[in-house]
Design a protein around this ligand. Structure first.
Ligand code: PLP
Length: 858
């Protein structure tokens, strides 16, 4: 294979940087001026104009004739007409920020769980009402059209959704900042439930045209894998490393515009899509072996074909490593190309660029930036390292050992030989500095090294990210404290504890209240007097004054009931189960994971079922009807998590058909949890469960979504539950279970002694084992996790206090006045958990970026 050393722009090759036309930089030619003018002119947003735009897109973009127009086509045409407006604002924003040379933050994340965009964009632009009228005038219903949009499921769960909320806040608060990610052709799989078991179906989310992405064939970068490094000396005698040979892939940009709410700013998420480079078999083309060259192109692996469906669990697959590098390399090349266009000297790089690593997944960006600066741009090692260090900061998301990224050295050496040697050097120089400060402590060096001893050796990506970043943050107070005492403990004497900070997660009030709960949003707007609370959640405090106002409280609960009706209708549609909307809705929706303990929840449901069955009919009549709702996906290879889903469905099958129980208890597993499903479930909860073993859930974000919608939490003292409790007051949250600092002791004890099972738990296990819920053999491996498995997540420890907490919830719900006051207080005191607060803290305390609002039209 012929291979030439090429960096961006160093050679013109087919398909690579054909135009090098990065955004901005409009030439002051006639056409340039006219285009600038165009971006600044907004089409009037009235019904005739918008209808005309929709019709034009139906006819031209969609190539439809009248009898082919259905709600899908109407959705798409509407989306294209909104996108026209977004692109103009996007152009204007990028041009403005480019011209002012403001510092930008780049949020690097392998996942963006965006969900749907049309509703969100219409609300951001203030066009929801007028579009609703337009569609009605055309004979379509807004809700039906919105439902046609497929979910962008380019993430697993909380981490990917956090990235989406953060970009929403960046845009809304006018921060110059972009997201960078990967454009998977298949996102998170769709979940079907067959015979109670999870079945995975590919998520072909690009089956319909996607109006929300703008392909940028002019923005491509080559990304190399394998090959070898040759060392030589240049004219000045400086050592030079040339990485050559191997395979070259091409990363192409797709831009996803993200509008801020009620602002001119529209920001960008740039997603990379992979294709094998035309360069790969250029030799074969030149030799006339067209057919051979084309066939290798057809067989080329597509690195961005599919998202790995693991949440909080590392799988050490080569393909995943390649995805991570393709992402890191294309992103850093793009950022460097944009920086070079400013003409500023290299030391200014950190004055214009901040990069946030969302977990360790993008950490290969660290050695890649060092490589690009040293090998391609000719900086010295120290100059480059200084830039790297002032540019990167890193968010740690977990302390679960199985989630820690560790890549085998031999795999890295094979796929990324130059990067492996850079990582060795980074680590060596770091250890030398540590040794100078703390001489004669071999064990400290072993513990702190980014290279973990063993056969094979592994690179600890969290350590590499920590060494290379100026700031490391956890995602809730308790979690940030835990990482200082555990994984990063040995780094503190060297770096000082100031390097380790907390940035408690947040959620976007736009999506999780204004969009998901339109009725509650309207009521809040009435109380506040205008919609300013959507950008400043602190204004929700005014709701507190309405507590005790019976009329207001009635309206508050009526909205909750309406949301429960909406959810009940959805449940009937997708599960064919009729539930009573007047019942108490008890919800646990999130990825299925042992540490999140859906298992404990369903064991509690069995306990309730047994208790109800044992009651006299007269006593039963006094019980509150309850619907217990589960939803969530298990990683396709996570056997125990899949058994938990099966158990939930088996319990549901028995309980829901028991005539003695009727409406008193219904159990529902809603399939295919995703952002849109969450938007229907969350506003409808009375109580939601966030019951991870203390110390295992770094923050959680759905806990915030529920409370913002007036839902009460039943939870452990873990993650952001702790701070939510501080904000809303401990009378408004139901806490139980052991504390994080007790967990190690319990685990230690259980390792050496058989797990002791409380009688209440024993009874529940007995009813499973006696076949009440079908063949007990099916569930044996799940029950074994509590016994021979050592009960790692301490269900046997927490179960009695869990049952007590459930009883306390039941008692509290019997007092409707106290309950509605609690619900209002939840919403009123949730301001802290707005992603706007979180992003403001990141911007001022970590990134040093400032808002830069695009001026309004004169
Ligand atoms: C918010 C959200 C999550 C995160 O939920 P946790 O309960 O915090 O784990 C996961 N999936 C979706 C679709 C979400 O919207």
């Amino acid at each position: 294979m012929s291979s030439a050393p090429f960096g961006p722009g160093s050679m013109t090759m087919p398909g690579l940087l054909r135009h090098n036309s990065l955004e901005g930089g409009v030439a002051k030619t006639k056409i340039g001026k006219l285009m600038e003018e165009f971006d600044k002119t907004e089409e009037p947003a009235d019904v005739p104009n918008i209808q005309k735009a929709i019709i034009r897109h139906l006819s031209t973009t969609m190539v439809k004739i009248p009898r082919q127009v259905d709600s899908l086509a109407t959705y798409l045409a509407s989306a294209y007409s909104v996108r026209d407006r977004l692109i103009q604002k996007w152009n204007e924003t990028q041009e403005y920020h480019e011209r002012l040379q403001v510092k930008r933050v780049y949020y690097m994340s392998m996942e963006f769980l965006l969900g749907r965009s049309l509703d969100n964009s219409l609300l951001a632009l203030g066009l929801k009402k007028v579009y609703s009228n337009c569609l009605e005038g055309l004979g379509f219903n807004m809700e039906d059209c919105l439902e046609e949009e497929l979910n962008a499921g380019l993430g697993n769960g909380g981490l990917g959704r956090l990235a989406a909320c953060y970009v929403d806040s960046l845009a809304t608060m006018d921060y110059p900042g972009w997201g960078y990610g990967l454009r998977y052709e298949y996102g998170m799989f769709k979940q079907k439930i067959v015979d109670g078991y999870q079945k995975e179906v590919p998520d072909n989310w690009l089956a319909d045209p996607n109006p929300w992405e703008l392909p940028r064939p002019d923005i491509c970068y080559p990304v190399r894998f394998y090959g070898h490094v040759t060392n030589s000396h240049d004219a000045n005698g400086t050592e030079r490393h040339v990485w050559e040979g191997g395979q070259v892939f091409e990363a192409m940009a797709y831009d996803v515009p993200v509008p801020g709410y009620d602002t001119n700013n529209v920001t960008n998420i740039r997603l990379w899509s992979c294709k094998k480079s035309d360069l790969f078999d250029l030799g074969a083309f030149n030799d006339g072996h067209y057919e051979h060259a084309m066939s290798s192109k057809l067989q080329a692996e597509n690195l961005t074909a599919v998202l790995y469906p693991n949440d909080n669990h590392m799988v050490g697959k080569e393909l995943r490593l390649k995805q991570e590098f393709l992402f890191a390399s294309a992103t850093l090349q793009d950022i460097i190309a944009r920086f070079k266009k400013t003409g500023r000297p290299w030391p200014d790089f950190p004055k214009l660029v901040a990069i946030q690593l969302n977990d360790t997944h993008p950490t290969l960006g660290v050695p890649e930036l060092q490589r690009l600066l040293v090998d391609e741009e000719g900086l010295t090692w120290d100059e480059a390292w200084d830039i790297v260090n002032r540019t990167f900061s890193f968010t740690n998301h977990t302390v679960l050992p199985e989630a820690m990224e560790r890549w085998p050295v031999p795999m890295l050496e094979k796929i990324l030989p130059r990067h492996m040697s850079i990582i060795y050097d980074m680590n060596l120089f770091f250890l030398q500095k540590v040794e100078k400060k703390f001489p004669n402590d071999r064990d400290l060096l072993r513990r702190i090294s980014a290279i973990e001893e063993g056969s094979p050796q592994n690179v600890r990506m969290a350590f590499l990210a920590c060494i290379a970043s100026h700031t490391v943050n956890g995602v809730a107070e308790i979690h940030s404290n835990i990482i200082k005492k555990t994984i990063f403990r040995d780094f503190i004497p060297y770096f000082g504890s100031e390097k380790f900070v907390n940035k408690t997660n947040g959620i976007a009030p736009r999506r999780w209240l204004h969009q998901a709960n339109p009725q509650l949003s309207a009521l809040i707007t009435e109380v506040v007097g205008d919609k300013s609370w959507i950008k400043d959640l602190r204004l929700l405090k005014q709701l507190e004054d309405r507590i005790g106002d019976r009329d207001f409280e009635q309206r508050w609960m009526t909205i909750k009931l309406d949301n429960k009706r909406r959810l009940a209708a959805y449940i009937e549609k997708v599960c064919q189960i009729k539930v009573n909307p007047e019942a108490f809705f008890d919800v646990q929706v999130k990825r299925i994971h042992e540490y999140k303990r859906q298992f404990m929840n369903i064991l509690g449901v069995i306990h309730r079922y047994n208790t109800l069955r044992a009651m006299s009919e007269t006593r039963r009549k006094n019980e509150t009807p309850r619907v217990v709702i589960f939803s969530g996906k298990a990683a396709s290879g996570y056997y125990i998590a899949k058994l938990i889903i099966k158990l939930i469905n088996s319990v549901a099958a028995v309980v829901n058909e028991d005539p003695a129980i009727g409406d008193l208890l219904k159990v529902v597993f809603i399939p295919d949890y995703n952002v849109s499903v969450a938007e229907v479930i969350i506003p409808a909860s009375d109580i939601s469960q966030h019951i991870s073993t203390a110390g295992t859930e770094a923050s959680g974000t759905s806990n915030m979504k529920f409370v913002l919608n007036g839902g009460v939490i039943l939870g452990t003292v873990d993650g952001a539950n702790v701070e939510i409790c501080e904000e809303i007051g401990e009378d408004n949250i139901f806490n139980f279970g052991c504390l994080a600092d007790e967990v190690e002791d319990f685990r230690h004890t259980q390792r050496y002694r058989p797990v002791s099972i409380h009688p209440s738990l024993k009874n529940v296990l007995t009813s499973i084992e006696s076949g009440t819920f079908g063949d007990p053999g099916v569930f044996a491996p799940l029950l074994e996790t509590l016994r021979s498995g050592g009960d790692v997540y301490l269900i046997s420890i927490d179960f009695p206090s869990y049952l007590e907490a459930l009883k306390a919830v039941d008692r509290a719900y019997r007092d409707p006045n106290a309950w509605v006051a609690r619900s209002i207080r939840c919403t009123a005191h949730l301001a802290k958990f707005s992603s706007d607060r979180a992003i403001h803290e990141y911007a001022t305390e970590i990134w040093n970026v400032k808002p830069c609002p695009v001026p309004s039209k004169p």
